[in-house]
Design a protein around this ligand. Structure first.
Ligand code: GLA
Length: 750
């Protein structure tokens, strides 16, 4: 998978999905040469143009070679100061205040498998699943080294890249930009895809033409954020969901990040991804090293679905861990939208009894069970049960829930502290703060300084004390505000700007300790919904609450957007009441259920208040979901229609089981239209030579609960070849109400 051609000095990283090539030039410079479809061998048919470019300077040793400038060569690690004026991936300040160093090639090593990254989540692989290349660059004055790591995964469309910087000199070096990836493309004929949003409106896809100059997506919030997601893709303009070239980038990090693209004067494109330099500086003392987080690169020539499926497969096989990695997730009911803070043992037991009757498998007790918390003003940090609400304590609720045959789950927000808490009264210095100015509040709460070991230990102990009872089967780990005044008491001034990154490292250490100590507990991360939906959190907690917006129509775009980088098995998706609590919309129960079926299914409503007819319908949905769950959670997911394209009115998702025998096809239409357009739904990824039988069909349901009698039900029982289903497709007939959802189930005929 990884070869080095001595003669041409070319590293070739290759599997059956891509080739990635770079070359050592003049014994010193590491120049990027190729990334795309696999090549037999890289021989350099497209010679690097040697042009004399005015205002592009020559490195000192090459004064008379006016065609050689760092400003125009494609680089694997870009620095500034020697004439490359594009965005750098490394910026340093030396003790004398200068900012120039000179890194050159020193050596390489190829390792089987993939070494872990110290203190950071990353993809992992067994020795026969991957190969890792480590290339060392060294400063010509001996000040520092940069070790670039690349891992090629056998048979997967992904490649990872990170960097370790080592101070090999005698002086401290201040890193002001320590990015993980620098990658140059020879042209700029790309669309730039990113995922933007806000609280309760996460991850809509934005696709725009890649612009000249610098474009940045990122976060300075100390979290990967609702606002912009650590995902970027560069797709050829003609690339669609099912065809065309695309390069995807996903950053395994939960804090402030930057994904920058630059189209420079000669039309080439640079991509730089890493910790956000606006929010970071790190002082590296002699012999210390700094490990950057990892970027996952995905290349696909079969469109955006090809890219997403490469991410999905890699994340399912090489990122998620633990007992639930490859097993289906329990159907849950969460009491948040059912009761908010207003609950007691009796209400919870009624909820559990009803849940058990419906076929639900897990009950989650959300915010408000601890301290004296009855609204969001108090008690964060005091992880002791409130016996006024829960007379039998947590053991009591856990026991009564277990007796009903359900698992029991509990909400925590361990990184936070309320001023009205015993914890704050005992440790007023524990939140992030600066001494001269008041600390900013978010939802009346402050953020604990997780860069401190004593704070980390407190969190591990207070959460572990509760989990140690063995009564808790599931944890929802929340994080409901972003970082302000992100400084740490007692830290030396030159290390203060490390605080936000140290906070994240502290969080990872806490999560590793807790999740490894309780391997049977299912952890779901959350941050006001999907404000920290990133690959790093998924390394510790294999599912994430996708959004605080539970409206089915909003969820179509939130979940479709999320699917560009993350597989359905990582997305918490629940049915809630109408009118919906976030947007007030009325949608049919079937639409709410089908929208939530895309991920880890559940209910977020007072199920005890449903009518008998509704309960009957919910039972049917739960039974249906249980049957389809292995296909949805463990199979292959394909976007057929997205709410980001065309009329933005339709969404279609297709799930194919791991053994390719079952297909679940969902179609949603938001608003019905006059002069109903005829809609052909073409399937994808089937075996063209195999035959498929339509075994089940659920026509749309209107708010009045009656079927609108769409005609395609006549397909049930019919058998078609895969080629016809993909080329010709099936019709969706007249739709006469808003917010409709359809489902077809197909089976391969042996
Ligand atoms: C966040 C979560 C919600 C709920 C509340 C509780 O907003 O996203 O699901 O847990 O906190 O306060």
């Amino acid at each position: 998978m990884i070869t080095f051609d001595e003669k041409n000095q070319v590293f070739h990283l290759k599997n059956d999905r891509y080739s990635y090539c770079f070359q050592i030039e003049r014994g010193k410079y590491l120049l990027h040469r190729y990334f795309g479809r696999p090549l037999h061998e890289f021989r350099g048919s497209a010679e690097r143009p040697a042009l004399d470019r005015s205002f592009s300077p020559q490195p000192g040793a090459y004064e008379n070679e006016r065609t050689f400038s760092l400003d125009v060569v494609p680089q694997e690690l870009s620095t500034n100061g020697h004439g490359d004026f594009r965005i750098p991936s490394l910026e340093v300040v030396l003790e004398d205040g200068t900012t120039v160093i000179e890194l050159g090639y020193e050596g390489y090593e190829v390792k089987k498998g993939k070494p872990a990254l110290e203190g950071l989540p990353a993809l992992y692989a067994k020795d026969d699943e991957a190969e890792t290349l480590e290339v060392t660059l060294a400063d010509t004055k001996g000040r520092m080294k940069a070790i670039l790591s690349y891992t090629v995964f056998a048979g997967d469309g992904v490649l990872t890249r990170s960097v370790r910087f080592v101070n090999t000199g005698k002086e401290a070096i201040r890193l002001e930009n320590a990015s993980s990836l620098s990658l140059d493309f020879p042209d700029h004929d790309f669309d730039r895809l990113s995922l933007y949003g806000g609280h309760a409106a996460e991850r809509s896809l934005e696709r725009i033409r890649l612009m000249r100059g610098v474009q940045v997506t990122g976060s300075t919030r100390g979290a990967s954020s609702h606002q912009q997601s650590p995902f970027l893709a560069l797709a050829r303009p003609e690339t669609g969901e099912l065809s065309g070239d695309v390069y995807g980038f996903s950053f395994i990090y939960s804090g402030s990040f930057r994904m920058a693209t630059e189209v420079e004067q000669f039309g080439t494109t640079r991509v730089v991804i890493g910790l956000n330099p606006d929010d970071f500086a790190w002082t590296l003392k002699p012999s210390e090293s700094f490990q950057t987080p990892e970027v996952v690169l995905a290349y696909a020539h079969d469109g955006l679905n090809g890219m997403s499926q490469a991410f999905h497969k890699a994340y399912r096989n090489h990122l998620l861990r633990g007992k639930y990695q490859h097993s289906v997730r329990p159907i849950l009911v969460n009491n948040w939208e059912a009761t908010y803070f207003d609950f007691d043992d009796e209400k919870l037991d009624n909820l559990a009894a009803c849940a058990a009757d419906l076929g639900i498998e897990l009950m989650v007790l959300d915010d408000g069970w601890f301290g004296h918390r009855s609204d969001d003003n108090s008690s964060l940090g005091d992880w002791k049960v409130n016996r006024e609400k829960l007379k039998g304590g947590l053991e009591g609720v856990a026991e009564s829930t277990h007796k009903r045959g359900l698992k029991f789950g509990l909400w925590f927000e361990p990184e936070m502290i309320s001023v009205d808490s015993d914890l704050y009264r005992a440790h007023p210095d524990w939140p992030l703060h600066v001494s001269d100015y008041p600390t900013s509040f978010g939802r009346h709460q402050l953020v604990l300084d997780l860069s401190r070991k004593d704070v980390q230990d407190y969190i591990v102990k207070s959460v572990s004390d509760i989990l140690a009872s063995g009564a808790i089967d599931y944890v929802k780990w929340d994080f409901n505000r972003h970082l302000t005044e992100a400084f740490s008491e007692g830290r030396a001034p030159e290390h203060q700007r490390e605080t936000k990154h140290r906070f994240i490292l502290g969080l990872y250490s806490v999560l590793e300790r807790i999740t490894q100590s309780f391997p049977d507990v299912l952890f779901e991360s959350c941050s006001g919904g999907g404000g920290r939906f990133d690959a790093a959190m998924l390394y510790y907690m294999p599912q994430t609450w996708t959004s605080d917006d539970t409206d089915a129509i909003c969820r179509l775009s939130i979940q479709t957007g999320t699917s560009y980088a993350f597989p359905p098995i990582t997305m918490g998706a629940h049915v809630s009441v109408t009118p919906n609590h976030q947007v007030g919309r009325m949608t049919p129960m079937q639409t709410r259920a089908f929208a939530a079926m895309m991920g880890c299914y559940g209910y977020e409503m007072d199920i005890t208040r449903m009518s008998d007819a509704e309960k009957q319908q919910v039972k049917e949905h739960i039974a249906l979901y249980k049957r389809l769950r292995p296909t949805i959670q463990l199979g292959t997911y394909t976007r057929l229609l997205t709410p980001f394209a065309g009329t933005k009115n339709e969404t279609a998702w297709m799930f194919t089981s791991e053994d390719e025998k079952e297909v679940a096809l969902f179609y949603f239409k938001a608003l019905s239209e006059p002069a109903t357009p005829i809609r052909r739904l073409r399937l994808a990824g089937l075996d063209p030579d195999a035959q498929y039988k339509v075994v089940e069909y659920y026509p749309a349901q209107s708010l009045a609960h009656d079927s609108d009698g769409a005609g395609s039900s006549k397909l049930v029982g019919q058998v078609f070849y895969g080629d016809e289903l993909m080329q010709e497709g099936i019709n969706i007939e007249k739709i006469s109400s808003d917010f409709t959802a359809y489902l077809w189930v197909l089976e391969k005929v042996e």
